[in-house]
Design a protein around this ligand. Structure first.
Ligand SMILES: [Zn+2]
Length: 487
């Protein structure tokens, strides 16, 4: 029997200079002798010990019996457990024996409040789905209460599947910001810009003003950034793209847009402006490292080279693209050209979940299928897209995305005590092809535990389910009334 693997950590005393961290085997009788006086160790808030640590750092370091020391919301240090225990005393110690420790995952593109529309409109063409079902539904039900509820449901789902940062575009981002602030998750929130009036604004100028106010009011928040978002080139004219870009550049914030998602959009923009959607945005002066395009499915070789030249980021949403039969983004080609790629779920109304483990597996499998090349999008590459690659996409690579000393402590622990989690010939293959969002057990953002042993501490889920059920009933009766001609 491997004695090291059976060790666990016991806090013997919390009296200064008297505290000792002792290792016992499971029988509780073999003392390892690794006691140090508290005065020889530095105090940290949390120690995570005896875990299988996959850092995603520049050298892709993996620690078989690894530990992390967390202080003031950051990773103070990480290394072999014996070494970390000899140098640090944790006010709280988490035993991660038979647990996998990863950087928190990053969802590059979603619409969190749409969680309350999960399963409302499926198995339809994009046109029927969007114009026939989703837009009329949103006209009737987008309001502050429903946005709050949808965002809470989305955050609970994201935390339970290991997502600690998300990039979002929707309405009522002020309500979403309050929820993000309260729940402790990290996000980039943007209010969607359209030429047409939207639920909470009569004109795009109002939305631009509102966005600037949001940028000012949340400036300096440790976990929340405000971005600028234009819906798509078929719903926003050149002047709006220029104004949005000006605002994003003025405040040096992220600019997001849906781009080249469908064949229809590609043809329509070419017909209307004479150029592909990417070239159209280049003509407007919008391409740059601050821009993230969601989808990027219909791209010419010249488009791909433009994205690389201007250092534009691409948020790839494989499951949503498959479900609406839109196609697949040429991710291996984009990556070969050096384009930054993250992976998103898109909204739940078109996915129908926010589990990034599911999404990375789909991404790897579809790319292999469509290229006919099983070597593309290998497991480590695809995991990179939802960790350090996602951080690069959002301009946060110095802060999050990998487990390195000095970075914010956005960390997830996965339970490996499942048959599907063994053996471990290749840890990246295990993560991408075998593990699931439901294996995530503990989640930390900025060193704060938001979920511990599958218990979410920041939300009352029972109350939330009651509220969601009640809005579901309202939506169902509205839908029935509409179908029978009464609404
Ligand atoms: Zn989207």
């Amino acid at each position: 029997m491997d004695n090291d693997r059976n060790k666990f950590v016991v806090l013997v005393s919390d009296k200064p200079h008297n505290l000792s961290i002792c290792h016992f085997n499971m029988a509780g009788i073999t003392f390892s002798g690794n006691i140090k006086s508290r005065k020889d160790t530095a105090d940290v808030d949390i120690l995570i010990v005896h875990g299988l640590v996959v850092t995603m750092d520049p050298s892709f370091r993996v620690l078989e019996d690894g530990a992390l020391a967390i202080r003031d919301g950051r990773i103070a240090d990480l290394g072999e457990t014996a070494d970390i225990l000899s140098r640090y005393h944790g006010r709280k110690v988490i035993d991660a024996h038979r647990k996998l420790i990863l950087p928190g995952l990053i969802n590059a593109h979603t619409h969190a409040p749409m969680n309350i529309y999960r399963g409302y409109a499926d198995d339809l063409s994009l046109n029927e789905w969007l114009y026939g079902r989703i837009f009329p539904l949103e006209m009737a039900f987008v309001n502050r209460d429903n946005v709050r509820m949808g965002t809470q449901l989305a955050i609970a789902e994201m935390l339970r599947s290991g997502t600690t940062t998300f990039n979002d575009m929707y309405y009522y981002s002020d309500v979403m910001a309050e929820v993000v602030d309260q729940c402790g998750i990290r996000a980039v929130l943007s209010e969607g810009l359209f030429d047409e009036p939207v639920h909470n604004a009569k004109t795009a100028a109002d939305v631009l003003r509102f966005t600037e106010e949001m940028i000012h009011s949340w400036n300096g928040h440790p976990r929340l950034r405000i971005g600028v978002a234009v819906h798509a080139p078929y719903s926003a004219k050149p002047a709006l793209y220029r104004a949005a870009n000006e605002l994003a550049e003025k405040h040096q914030v992220l600019l997001s847009t849906h781009l080249s998602e469908t064949r229809w959009e590609f043809d329509q923009i070419k017909k209307q402006y004479g150029y592909t959607p990417v070239k159209h945005l280049e003509n407007l002066g919008v391409l740059g490292p601050h821009l993230v395009i969601a989808h990027g499915i219909y791209l010419t070789r010249e488009d791909m080279e433009l994205l690389a030249r201007y250092d534009v980021g691409v948020a790839h949403n494989p499951q949503c693209n498959m479900k609406l039969a839109n196609g697949t983004a040429p991710i291996p080609e984009l990556q070969h050209l050096g384009v930054r790629v993250g992976i998103g779920t898109d909204g739940v109304a078109s996915n129908n979940d926010l589990d990034l483990f599911d999404e990375i597996r789909s991404s790897a499998l579809t790319q292999k299928l469509v290229t006919g090349d099983p070597t593309v999008m290998d497991a480590r590459t695809v995991l990179e897209c939802v960790t350090i690659g996602g951080a690069r996409l959002l301009g946060m690579e110095k802060m999050i995305g990998s487990l390195e000393a000095g970075k914010q402590a956005d960390i997830i622990l996965l339970d490996l005590k499942h048959p599907h989690a063994w053996p471990h010939y290749n840890i990246y293959s295990l993560i991408v092809y075998s593990l699931r969002g439901s294996d995530v057990e503990t989640v930390m953002v900025d060193g704060r535990l938001l979920m511990e042993n599958r218990e979410i501490t920041c939300l009352d889920q029972e109350k939330l389910y009651d509220e969601v059920q009640s809005v579901q009933q309202k939506i169902s009766s509205w839908h029935l009334q509409k179908q029978t001609g009464g609404g």
